[in-house]
Ligand binder design. Structure first.
Ligand SMILES: [Zn+2]
Length: 332
């Protein structure tokens, strides 16, 4: 199933959101003097070198595992304040998610629910209970419920707007961060999911440890995040929208396994199902009026040859080179 970046990020609204992204950046940078230095968020090595600087933020790259990461970075408290006051998030919840929900539902969340059910079946979870951390607009949880496959569906969403949207969809919801959720005292869960969450966190390891506490033994962890070594991110480098103030951690298909092992999980699957690499590069090149004369690029990216473009995107995906990564792990 093919779709383009415009389908899920309506152009006019994305342009309107720019002003909020800028004010968000300023909000974070106001606290720059309180940012702190960290080691590699995946392998915890101190061996690093300068990677790049963008919009006032600095990124290091780990020499050991090639994860790149914002360093120094905002503390947990600064991030908490940031997400509660982010104008961009408010705008997405109010306008962009509602405007693109139909497409997102069909092209992103439905396939995501199907993937989750596929892995639950593969690893012998029949009618499992499931928690989605960072449930956002609640579309995914809504579809989980409607699938009828899960015995219990719970949404955890720290932002108030997102939480209220989940409630509107009649999903059992908790307005908090996972660190404060203590299911494990009464009821552990069989499956916990989180999509596009760990790249935003000060300490992905602390997050994974907290999730682990709430999982039954051998429970499944299913999540997605950007692949820092993915095609469009590597191609656009500093100009990639993936590299920005909200994303603190850029794992890759190998380094994510190191992090999971260090956090008490066994990795079962890592793959890159991203469908947008070519579309994202196209949007950038078109918007900036850039002409890339490389003959290979001209041939493969030629819009008149949709078949070749699709084949190339398939090649990227089947070789784990796409910039969106999907991971399944079990609690050890
Ligand atoms: Zn590392």
């Amino acid at each position: 199933m093919s779709f383009s970046e415009k389908d899920i990020r309506p152009e006019k609204l994305i342009k309107a959101a720019k002003v909020f992204i800028n004010s968000d950046r300023k909000l974070l940078l106001k606290n720059k003097k309180n940012f702190i230095k960290v080691v590699c968020p995946a392998c915890h090595s101190k061996k690093k070198k300068f990677f790049l600087k963008k919009n006032g933020f600095r990124y290091s790259i780990c020499i050991n595992c090639l994860t790149y990461y914002m360093n120094p970075r905002p503390t947990v408290e600064i991030l908490d304040h940031f997400y509660k006051n982010s104008k961009n998030y408010r705008f997405w919840n109010k306008y962009i998610f509602p405007a693109s929900e139909k497409v997102r539902r069909k092209k992103i969340f439905k396939p995501r629910v199907n993937e989750c059910i596929k892995f639950c079946k593969k690893y012998n979870f029949k009618k499992p209970s499931i928690v989605d951390v960072g449930a956002g607009f609640g579309t995914f949880c809504d579809l989980l419920k409607k699938s009828g496959y899960f015995s219990k569906v719970i949404a955890i969403e720290p932002s108030l707007e997102g939480y209220l949207n989940c409630k509107k969809k009649k999903i059992s919801s908790i307005n908090d961060v996972i660190e404060n959720v203590k299911f494990y005292k009464t009821d552990k869960f069989q499956v916990i999911t989180n999509f596009e969450v760990i790249e935003h966190l000060f300490s992905p390891r602390d997050f994974l440890l907290n999730v682990r506490k709430n999982l039954v033994s051998n429970g499944l962890l299913i999540f997605s995040c950007p692949n820092g070594e993915g095609f469009d991110v590597k191609f656009l480098g500093k100009n990639s929208n993936t590299i920005d103030h909200e994303h603190l951690n850029y794992f890759n298909t190998s380094s994510i396994k190191i992090l999971l092992k260090k956090s008490g999980y066994k990795t079962l699957e890592v793959f890159t199902p991203g469908k947008l690499d070519i579309s994202i590069i196209d949007s950038y090149v078109t918007n900036k009026n850039i002409i890339i004369e490389d003959p290979f690029y001209q041939k493969v990216f030629n819009k008149k040859n949709q078949k070749l473009r699709n084949n190339f995107q398939d090649f990227i995906v089947s070789n784990n080179l796409s910039s969106s990564m999907f991971v399944v792990a079990k609690k050890k």
